[in-house]
Design a protein around this ligand. Structure first.
Ligand code: NOJ
Length: 719
């Protein structure tokens, strides 16, 4: 359909039909099937004909929803079908926070492509991903859904997902459009409590939170979802400030959708009196689609009474129609929905292989006192702990039943190491239940074994939406299990499964080896076994800081120096400095940290000049050598510090990174280009700018910077 035809179509629509295009209902409720909602609504509204639907489970359901809709819609405008496809559809790959630790955009793109292939076959047109809420507070259960504490890493991984999912042509039956969420700063909720207020000064918002969403829009994402939170007092869905940023500053002319019921919740926030008020505020902020609050059913009356201009309604409807047109729905309302394709692509070998690789690349080896990789003939191996035989290794936002297709840890070990003499014991749960009655049996097994693989973490359901915690501890009796196992068998490797950073301080002190797998998805078993036995070499790096203690959060590597910085090394008590009496300032494991079975030596960092101008930029060369005996991948990281600026700058900030593969003995030089615009910050007058002066460039990882080199930037206009 051409643009003129869309205008013609719009001209034929009644006010009710226009409002319908802006209303989103739940597909499972419409068909009376399935009891899994992603928000509070539980009742259908058969009197409304929505323009879009979320939540359905199969191509067959998608086709039924579409054909039913087309038979009821006078103008035969197809439904837009949306679903959360957060880390895989039928084939589940690691949670986004784990994917961030892979620092591998190519892999993320591949994962996005496979997720889109499966989701499109199921009938999805638009997915509510990527989630780009930079987060620094692990109390927030949705930290598992973001890729990083850092906006650069987050944005790059998100943009890769968008490229993978959307491809070149949204009409293709194996592609889905992306909806970036949650605009904005949902990850900065006070005290880590979900849906809570967000208060951020504009420089922090602009520098730390907005860039990741923007990176995804620049990659072509077609839709934006507003967030649940207030931002400096104004609920995001009603924020004209955020509208201005999106529409005017960034030129985004795609669809904006509310989060689930968020328009109706304006009354709970206490900024709207009634539904009419809610609708006016959200329309005033150009929120085009009302997900599940049904408040936009009031739009026709509000236009008739002159409270909302019809032009505003038309503009919103046109944005929705244009998206339907881009997806080719007017010509082919089924898009990719096809039960046969579902059967063919779901869990196909290529997808399982990609998911396994993703699980391997995102695992972070945090500690290894020479005991990993495990020997080929390990004797008796005990697999112990709450995840030892559990299939709930996918993490939140995986479809119900994903565990049925999960390759468990014992299955994985048997696949990878068929001859191993393996026994398992659960010991205790990773939930609140503190029942220690299984511990004695597990300890006995550990005593009789040559090696112990001890799985610890946090049950799958304890992170995700609405899953905030006030502790970052290991729930239940896990620490007792840990202590008792370690006391009888020092050859214990701890493998972690969790969605949020947990406090590992005690574990890291005594366990000889720790492999952090987050929630790795359905290929958890083979990925873990391959990593432990060295068939794969760990290469993940933390995309988020792991705190030393709960009291340190929120925490991120790009902190400010303060006027009274704590002297280094970060131990002891230093009165009248910005520090704690009872804990260090630094995280237990810093951003960018992660070991390998080989050894990388950073030989040098050089720049092509000592003084560079804002127009010519700078080239930084970092030489890295694989000094070990195995091939390995390393994430070479470039950090910057702007030494003097009128607005205080972080003590370290990741500026760029590249993941490389090095053979034993091989050296590579990684070349980074630095442009002036990467050095900009938001100043007190509301401009993004850089200042001339000295900058330090370093490599290594956060809090372990190497080869720091000072270079001066001059500004041409100032010369
Ligand atoms: C609420 C969540 O906040 C959002 O991320 C999700 O996409 C919607 N529900 C739809 O399921």
């Amino acid at each position: 359909m051409k643009q003129e035809e869309l205008w013609k179509l719009l001209g034929e629509m009644t006010l009710e039909e226009k409002a319908g295009q802006l209303i989103q209902l739940d597909g499972r409720l419409i068909l009376g099937r399935g009891d899994r909602q992603t928000g509070p609504e539980t009742e259908n509204r058969p009197d409304l004909l929505p323009g879009s639907v979320l939540n359905f489970d199969s191509a067959e359901m998608a086709r039924e929803l579409q054909s039913r809709h087309l038979s009821e819609d006078r103008l035969k405008i197809p439904l837009l079908l949306m679903l959360d496809v957060i880390h895989g559809h039928r084939t589940t790959y690691p949670i986004p926070l784990a994917m961030g630790c892979s620092f591998d955009e190519g892999l993320m793109e591949e994962c996005g492509k496979m997720a889109a292939r499966e989701a499109a076959a199921c009938g999805v047109h638009v997915t509510f991903a990527p989630m780009m809420d930079t987060a620094r507070d692990p109390r927030w259960g949705r930290i598992m859904e973001t890729c990083s504490e850092d906006p650069l890493v987050n944005g790059r991984m998100g943009a890769a997902l968008v490229r993978g999912m959307q491809g070149e042509d949204l009409r293709a039956g194996d592609r889905v459009a992306c909806c970036v969420k949650h605009f904005a700063a949902y990850g900065a909720g006070e005290a880590g409590r979900d849906y809570n207020r967000v208060d951020l000064p504009e420089n922090t918002l602009r520098e730390q939170y907005l860039p990741a969403y923007r990176a995804c829009l620049e990659a072509g994402a077609r839709m934006v979802m507003t967030s649940f939170n207030t931002l400096n007092g104004v609920p995001a869905v009603a924020s004209t400030f955020l509208r201005r940023v999106l529409r005017e500053e960034w030129g985004f002319d795609g669809v904006i959708i509310s989060d689930y019921n968020a328009i109706g919740e304006l009354m709970n926030h206490g900024v709207a009196e009634d539904e009419d008020d809610c609708a006016c505020l959200a329309m005033g902020a150009e929120c085009d689609v009302d997900m599940m609050s049904l408040v936009y059913a009031r739009l026709p009356d509000l236009v008739r009474s002159g409270k909302i201009p019809e032009a505003a309604l038309d503009a919103a409807v046109m944005r929705v129609l244009r998206l339907k047109q881009e997806l080719g729905l007017f010509e082919n309302p089924w898009h990719g929905a096809d039960p046969e394709t579902e059967k063919r692509v779901y869990l196909c070998e290529a997808h399982r292989e990609t998911a396994r690789r993703a699980a391997e690349e995102s695992a972070v080896l945090l500690k290894n006192e020479g005991i990993l990789p495990l020997p080929g003939n390990p004797g008796k191996v005990a697999l112990i702990g709450p995840f030892a035989t559990d299939a709930h290794l996918n993490g939140a936002w995986s479809r119900p039943g994903a565990e049925e297709d999960t390759v468990t840890l014992p299955e994985g070990i048997r696949q990878v190491m068929p001859g191993v003499e393996l026994r398992t014991a659960r010991g205790c749960s990773a939930e609140w239940n503190v029942d220690p009655s299984g511990i004695a049996e597990a300890v006995e097994l550990a005593r009789q074994s040559d090696w112990v693989i001890l799985t610890l973490g946090e049950a799958e359901w304890l992170s995700g939406e609405g899953r905030s915690r006030t502790e970052l501890s290991f729930p239940g009796a896990q620490m007792q299990l840990f202590r008792e196992i370690l006391a009888v068998n020092p050859r214990t490797v701890v493998v972690l499964f969790h969605g949020r950073p947990l406090v590992l301080t005690e574990i890291s002190r005594t366990a000889p080896a720790i492999l952090d797998m987050w929630f790795p998805g359905q290929q958890a078993g083979p990925a873990m076994a391959r990593l432990l036995w060295g068939h794969a070499n760990p290469c993940g790096k933390l995309s988020v800081s792991l705190p030393w203690t709960l009291g340190q959060v929120p925490l991120s590597h790009n902190r400010l120096n303060t006027g009274r910085p704590k002297p280094q090394p970060d131990t002891g008590v230093f009165p009248f400095t910005s520090s704690y009496l009872d804990a260090p300032n630094l995280p237990l494991y810093s951003f960018g940290n992660g070991l390998s079975y080989t050894e990388f030596v950073y030989e040098s960092l050089e720049t092509d000049r000592e003084v560079f101008s804002d127009t010519e930029g700078l080239t930084v060369r970092i030489r890295v050598r694989n000094a070990g005996e195995r091939p390995g991948k390393e994430v070479v990281q470039l950090y910057v510090r702007d030494l003097v600026a009128r607005v205080a700058r972080p003590v370290q900030q990741i500026l760029d990174y590249r993941k490389i593969l090095l053979q034993p003995g091989e050296t590579q030089e990684v070349v980074f280009r630095v442009e002036e615009k990467q050095l900009r910050f938001w100043d007190a007058e509301g401009n993004f700018l850089s200042e001339s002066g000295d900058f330090e460039f370093s490599t290594g990882w956060a809090d372990h910077l190497l080869h720091t080199k000072r270079v001066q930037m001059t500004k041409r206009e100032a010369v």
